[in-house]
Design a protein around this ligand. Sequence first.
Ligand code: NAP
Ligand code: SF4
Length: 673
Amino acid sequence: MAIYDRLLTPLRVGATLLPNRMVMGAMHTRLETLDRPHERLAAFYAARAAGEIGLILSGGFSPNPEGVMETGGPLFNRAEQIDEHRAVTRAVHESGGRIVLQILHAGRYAKVPECVGPTGAKARINAYAPRALSTQEVRATIDDFARTAALAVQAGYDGVEIMGSEGYLINEFTAAVTNARDDEFGGSFAGRIRFALDIVRAVRAQMGREPMLIYRISSIDLVEGGMSGVEIAAFAKEIEAAGADLINTGVGWHESAVPTIAACVPRAAWRDAIRNVKEAVSIPVMASNRINTPEVAEELIASGVADLVSMARPLLADPDFAKKTRLGMADEINTCIGCNQACLDRIFTERTATCLVNPRAGREIEFAAGKALQPKRIAVVGGGPAGMAFAINAAERGHTLTLFEAHARLGGQLNLAKVVPGKAEFHEMLRYFEVRLKRLGVTLRLGQAATADELASEAFDEIIIATGVIPRMPDIVGADHPKAVSYIDVLAGQVEVGARVAIVGAGGIGFDVAEYLLGDALESLDRGAFFRAWGVDPANADAGGLTRSDAHGAPRRSVHMFQRKEEPLGKGLGKSTGWILKARLRKARVMMTSGVTYDAIDDEGLHYRVDGKPHVLAVDHVVLCAGQNSNRKLYDELVARAAKPKVIGGADVAAELDALRAIDQATRLAMTM
Ligand code: NAP
Ligand code: SF4
């Protein structure tokens, strides 16, 4: 059993003693947009506090109306709001935790027409251009930060975190590229950092010595004209002198063209930038970004990179992360796989955050815990995400479970996902499922396709069908030609794919196959390979930490993707990760054609038409990624025998199936039994 001595060692931060070095990082959940928002937020954070996380950082609250993330976004600037916040701080404290309020002014990223910035220069990721703040308004904004800090303390928060990274207002002042001001808050290095330092001083003066003051610094900007490593170290020293108790680290701006937290980023990739801050100051420094296991966290502290670790998404995935670490149950942690599907992608599309691997996240008040009144014997057929999630949740409620899986190993479609470059974290999802199934005593019948006779003979109380999907065979002449292969055979490594490939179908699987055929599995595992691929200088010698090198070797294959729809390929990909995938495929010179009609696959290759004009693409293989149909054979047989099975996951509805929907549906069904 691994021991996490350093992670579990208490740490004094200012006047506060934290029981361990694990911190839940700030994350905007949009729970405030639902009914009973304060009750939901209180339950959400209380669950993490009960899970023994050392400290919680709230999602960001703007100190004034022009700094909100979006219209109606979190804002804390009036005494009348104190009671709403007290509901949260009380719930956290009663569960044994500590919570600080993050103050975030979104600056020119604020998606509101009245947004402001150091200058009037527009961010490429915002439709609204900011209005340049006058000197007087800059001073008023500093006062706004201080007022919100005072309100936070009155509301029972243990302190505040000042958000100075990710390209928001304060970061826009510190970087030369966005600060061309000619008053005392611009120009020289000293001028650019004055806004941040004045905020820290004003907040400290308002709060007094006792509450925690955390400053989140941008440890590497990843934009041209950002700060250099030398400047960042000097700035960190000034932040310490201005009165901060702890420095948290951020990585990159939201407009950076480098991925910073997606699954394709190696774990703890940003250690050099964080160490640069740590070596400059004597107060504690917190590491962040792509830290998702106790092993990674412990190593960062052991190697002197940081004193604590901040994890936001991993605490969505498992509220008991810290408790399981303390109890030696790290292998039972439901690990964040960095997919962004249910958290960031939902927030960026104006929905509320939850978690793909933990559908309870953010919906704590909807999921009643507890044992079933009447324990049952339940058969689950299918060992993919839906079947495994159902079995675990039902077993936790006290039922006796038998899980049938036709293949020799569990996982279903997850076994295909985990071989795609950048998706190695799916191994952790499988590990979690396997360990939990074993600990809960679920009987596994692997390599055994359950039959209707067998299920009938064992007289189960309930039968759950989670038999998944079967690939759709497109109606193309020659779809059975030897050149035509299924994505399953490709991802399972059963086909020696040639150098020239056509991909029919450009959904999530089509893109996965393209990445598999062209991508570099090392990129998400090896920091050097990742930095080379994305042009990052981890030492940040030059301003911003970019190398401007865009050297790409010849792609290992020639790949051409097709779809029948007229729209651009990849429209349905995740908002926070689709751009990464498309950028990589662009670099690998992948051709993408939409609005096609398929004519045939034959010895010559793929015959297709665009606008009625015929084309032939000479290829070695055509990979069919044309979606899936539900595998309901067993379900239909059981229904025909008057049994009453329940069906979940892809076997229920194949269209737009993903692990998020499968796990959510399975978990909800288990709660009803
Ligand atoms: P999908 O998203 O439904 O895409 C199927 C593709 O095949 C579409 O591009 C469609 O485009 C094409 N197609 C459909 N019927 C066809 C036919 N009869 N002949 C030729 N082409 C046809 O399915 P998928 O790619 O298999 O993915 C399945 C699910 O897994 C999706 O919900 C997906 O989101 C999820 N997934 C997600 C990820 C991720 O990273 N988030 C990765 C993999 C899979 P046209 O109809 O325009 O030709
Ligand atoms: Fe992590 Fe994905 Fe869950 Fe987000 S949805 S917390 S990235 S596992």
